[in-house]
Design a protein around this ligand. Structure first.
Ligand SMILES: [Zn+2]
Length: 71
């Protein structure tokens, strides 16, 4: 995965819409690329911030609700 690909897929990643193999690539890239790790962290912070201040935004709720696979 390249930096550009990661940038394009970061929303999918946080929406839990990325296929598992892409998630692996995503994680691997953030481990080797400081810039993307930072970017990923910033996006996560932003999502949390938005959720804290706008709890009524269902879309964001879904992003962070990690119980999709309640196995
Ligand atoms: Zn990168």
């Amino acid at each position: 995965m390249t930096c550009d690909e990661l940038t394009n897929e970061i929303i999918l990643y946080y929406s839990n819409e990325l296929p598992p193999e892409k998630v692996e690539e995503y994680k691997r890239h953030t481990m080797i690329c400081r810039q993307c790790a930072r970017f990923s962290f910033d996006i996560r912070e932003a999502i949390q911030y938005i959720q804290d201040y706008s709890p009524k935004i269902e879309k964001i709720d879904l992003l962070l609700e990690d119980d999709k696979g309640s196995k």
